[in-house]
Design a protein around this ligand. Structure first.
Ligand code: SF4
Length: 340
């Protein structure tokens, strides 16, 4: 629950903004109506204060015109779109550090109907077009405040050849189970080995709860579940001491949660960081024990001149061999979408 909820005048002019207002009112959260469409006054005395204030603030705003021009998001999906930016959790390796600028306030977009309507212009006739909605937020982590993820699932349920993908580290899926998704939404949870999730993923649901949520989403409707296609994103994978046994135990938990036939995918992402993300993460989490020592890493450059630090090729090969082997052996019907 945020400590403050801010609404811009533009957001209050939107029907979806009014829907969010009704939700946050019913939760008795303190609401402030801003006089202008700019967010100000979110900085504290130190970077750490700014972080604390921002993470406890939900701002309901309208997505700017630039967000209607979508970007591709390989290998996860054809396109990414955004219903919000920012996340209430506190992962010390957070993917958003370095991607979003300014204080990490949670911005929710009130012009959702226009955002959804715009997606149709990116559909490719005669083939399935996929859209990822969790690049800049954890959509389930704020769903109780917005209802926006459910609205996306309903919308994609009405489209032909258009599929939605989302991923979360939260577990409140009750409101999603009965939606008319038509098999067009793949729900994924992000999981990790216990020493990593326990140490680095503050403010999230436990891995066991995420897996129970995934089980409920995947179970057939006649068994009380959501009947969704589902997936696991194992990320960020780290070669911690005893990683084979730690990740082996994670696979045991996955086996137990998904002990029935379902449409299942895996995505495997090894830990990486950039100079920019390291700098931001070190101001957000100055005491963190997360290993971001460049001297232990290989440098990977992208075509735009950006630099990423990844594990060396020997470590990558060993990790990949292990994960591909475990998935092949334990989940022969699942599809492994990518390793990166
Ligand atoms: Fe960042 Fe995802 Fe953790 Fe939220 S759940 S803090 S977006 S890594």
């Amino acid at each position: 629950m945020p400590e403050r909820v801010l609404f811009t005048p533009a957001a209050l002019n939107e029907v979806w903004g009014q829907q969010i207002l009704a939700r946050v009112r019913s939760l008795n959260l303190p609401i402030e109506e801003l006089s202008r469409n700019r967010l100000t006054g979110l900085r504290g005395e130190s970077e750490r204060d700014t972080y604390n204030i921002a993470k406890r603030t939900l701002a309901v705003v309208t997505a700017p015109p630039s967000s209607f021009k979508l970007s591709p998001i390989p290998p996860s999906a054809d396109w990414q779109f955004h219903i919000a930016e920012g996340c209430p959790a506190h992962c010390q390796y957070c993917y958003l550090a370095g991607s979003l600028s300014g204080p990490p306030v949670i911005r929710v977009f009130a012009n959702l109907p226009q955002i959804l309507e715009n997606l149709a212009t990116y559909e490719q006739p005669g083939q399935v077009t996929t859209y990822e909605v969790s690049c800049y937020t954890d959509p389930l982590g704020i769903e109780h405040l917005t209802g926006s993820l459910a609205e996306c699932i309903r919308y994609f349920g009405t489209r032909q050849n258009t599929h939605l993908r989302w991923v979360s580290k939260f577990d409140a899926v009750d409101g999603l189970l009965d939606l008319p998704h038509n098999g067009h939404t793949r729900c994924r949870v992000s999981v990790n080995a216990a020493p990593i999730s326990g140490r680095f993923e503050g403010g999230t649901a436990s891995v066991a709860s995420r897996l129970q949520a995934l089980r409920r989403l995947a179970l057939p409707r006649e068994c009380g579940g959501g009947g969704y296609p589902v997936g696991l994103v194992i990320a960020p994978i780290m070669p911690i001491d005893g990683w084979q046994s730690s990740y082996g135990r994670l696979f045991d938990q996955i086996n137990e949660a998904l002990d029935f036939d379902c449409d299942l995918t895996f995505e495997l992402i090894s830990h990486r960081f950039t100079p920019g993300s390291k700098e931001v993460l070190q101001t957000w989490y100055p005491q963190s024990k997360l290993d971001m020592d460049e001297s232990n890493r290989s440098v990977k450059r992208n075509k735009f001149g950006g630099t990423k630090y990844v594990y060396d090729s020997g470590t990558m090969k060993a990790l990949r061999y292990f994960f591909e082997g475990e998935i092949g052996r334990r989940f022969p019907n699942a599809k492994l979408l990518y390793w990166t």
